[in-house]
Design a protein around this ligand. Structure first.
Ligand SMILES: N[C@@H](CCC(=O)N[C@@H](CS)C(=O)NCC(=O)O)C(=O)O
Length: 318
């Protein structure tokens, strides 16, 4: 794993020294927006780009919970013919995320994800993350922030109008849920797993399980988190929950309880898994191999556990 500094690749692990052993996630650098309402001809310097079918491509990892959000919304909005996808190999090693002959880059044909960032900005400094929304026409990254990509897929692409995961009347409530689920759960598992002091770990794991207890109550009705309908708050929570017992309990030491010990949250996870198109986006082989083999500071032997045996109730994507 590494990062680009002034456009050059450096193989460097996260530095937690300056933050008391705490993992601090960098904010995403590319934040341009695709808009349905703007004219096809926009200047190259514009921060807004027109929607055109087939113009945009997604780069994802099946292992990554942030990229997973985009794959789910692409399915739910029935955009599979409109937005193409390339997935990186599950191992994030010395060259970061890479493409292989089995998992190629279908657009630019590069072998490393960082080459796409270099193509976009030859002097880029920062981490090289998935997901990436790529503009095939201008050959550059549009946006590498999953929370923004899913909103664009929801409302700016020509997806199924009967599905709206960020409806106007629920936005305030959705934002409120995201505001604590993100730090305590989505990023919370990483804060626990990448912590390098006992104090930083305990802080993260305590907040994580406080949030899970709260979510267990919120899902007691057997419904979704906000407004009795599936929204982006559910998509965002789901991608962490579906990985929980397979990797976060063991590899990230989030082990006060397992997901299966929370009856409501476990039922909620399986309910979302049963929605059309969702189960095929979940690839446990990528998830387990990635986490256990890509973080040698946490698991130096790179041995991947066989278990746990989990019955998700539906066949997964691999
Ligand atoms: N804020 C970003 C986070 C994406 C992210 O951190 N992705 C991870 C994979 S799960 C990654 O690519 N990490 C590579 C690195 O940090 O060097 C988003 O939500 O899109």
């Amino acid at each position: 794993m590494g990062l680009l500094i002034d456009g050059e690749w450096h193989d460097t692990w996260y530095d937690t020294k300056a933050s008391g052993g705490r993992f601090v996630r960098q904010s995403s650098a590319f934040r341009r927006q695709v808009r349905a309402s703007i004219p096809a001809q926009t200047p190259e310097t514009s921060d807004e780009l027109p929607f055109e079918p087939g113009r945009y491509h997604l780069y994802v990892s099946y292992a990554c919970p942030w990229a997973h959000r985009t794959l789910i919304v692409r399915e739910l909005k029935r955009l599979t013919e409109v937005v193409s996808v390339s997935a990186v190999h599950w191992l994030m090693g010395e060259q970061g995320w890479v493409f292989t002959p089995e998992l190629p880059d279908h657009v630019e044909g590069v072998s490393r994800l960082y080459q796409l960032y270099q193509l976009s900005d030859a002097r880029y400094t920062g981490r090289v993350t998935v997901p990436v929304l790529w503009d095939k026409q201008e050959r550059r990254v549009v946006n590498n922030e999953s929370s923004e990509i899913i909103r664009m897929l929801n409302s700016e692409f020509s997806g199924d109008p009967s599905v709206d995961i960020y409806p106007e009347h629920l936005r305030k409530e959705i934002d409120e849920v995201n505001a604590w689920v993100y730090p305590q759960v989505n990023n919370g598992v990483y804060r626990a797993g990448f912590a390098t002091t006992q104090e930083a770990y305990e802080e993260a794991v305590t907040e994580l399980f406080e949030a899970l207890d709260r979510l267990e109550e919120l899902t007691a009705s057997g419904s979704y988190l906000v407004g009795g309908q599936l929204t982006e708050a559910d998509v965002r929570l789901f991608t962490t929950l579906v990985r929980f017992d397979a990797v976060y309990v063991g590899h990230f030491k989030c082990n006060l309880r397992r997901l299966v010990d929370y009856p409501n949250l476990w039922a909620y996870t399986r309910r979302i898994l049963a929605l059309p198109g969702v189960a095929q986006t979940v690839r446990l082989s990528h998830i387990k191999n990635h986490y256990y083999q890509s973080h040698p500071t946490i698991n130096p032997s790179r041995v991947v556990p066989r278990g746990p045996l989990i019955d998700f109730g539906v066949p997964l994507g691999g």
